[in-house]
Design a protein around this ligand. Structure first.
Ligand code: PRP
Length: 180
């Protein structure tokens, strides 16, 4: 039994596997942006806060870090399809190279909305890196250049991802076993 809750959590991706994947993603990202003078790395709050912290520390290039908070879910397992901008970027992205960092792409609605909003601000180049992808749940197409892990349609928690705001602090990705 997980100490934070009354439901069970089974490990899906270990902390060690995540660390290895983050290192390799950072290498690929560094190569792709090798001619970029200063990359703006944008984390979508709240779920991406752990991933972005690990990812930027593996990037061996000058980076600026900014955050945006959007919300598409309440405290349930259901998607509302609504995307609200709760906190906007502090900095400008016009003419800049941008990396958007997300914890998970599910239906794709969140990233679709964020990408169209940020594209309208005229970045030079903008790419997406998501730690997890659930392709079987996709409802709108989004271009994600880097994906950490493709996962089945399970409710996942940990490494920044919550269930009813808990379990973001787990070092691994686990799947929630729904109550019988
Ligand atoms: C989660 C996740 C993504 C989005 C993915 O965010 O962090 O942003 O849902 O779902 P989609 O592809 O179906 O749009 P959430 O709104 O739960 O907020 P959080 O990051 O603060 O946990």
């Amino acid at each position: 039994m997980d100490p934070q809750s009354d439901y069970e959590i089974d490990e899906l991706i270990s902390a060690k596997s995540i660390a290895a994947r983050v290192e390799s993603l950072a290498k690929d990202i560094g190569t792709y942006f090798e001619n970029t003078e200063k990359l703006i790395v944008i984390g979508l709050l709240r779920g991406s806060f752990v991933f972005i912290a690990d990812l930027v520390r593996e990037l061996e290039m000058p980076v600026e870090v900014d955050f945006m908070e959007v919300s598409s879910y309440g405290d349930t397992m259901e998607s509302s399809r609504e995307v609200r901008i709760l906190k906007d970027l502090r900095g400008e992205i016009e003419g800049r190279d941008v990396l958007l960092v997300e914890d998970i792409i599910d239906t794709g609605h969140t990233m679709h909305h964020v990408l169209s909003l940020l594209q309208s601000r005229g970045p030079k180049k903008m790419e997406v890196c998501a730690l997890l992808d659930k392709p079987s749940r996709r409802e709108v197409k989004v271009d994600v250049r880097w994906i950490g892990f493709e996962i089945p349609d399970e409710f996942v928690v940990g490494y920044g991802i919550d269930y009813a705001q808990l379990n973001r602090n787990l070092a691994y990705i686990g799947k929630v076993r729904p109550p019988n």
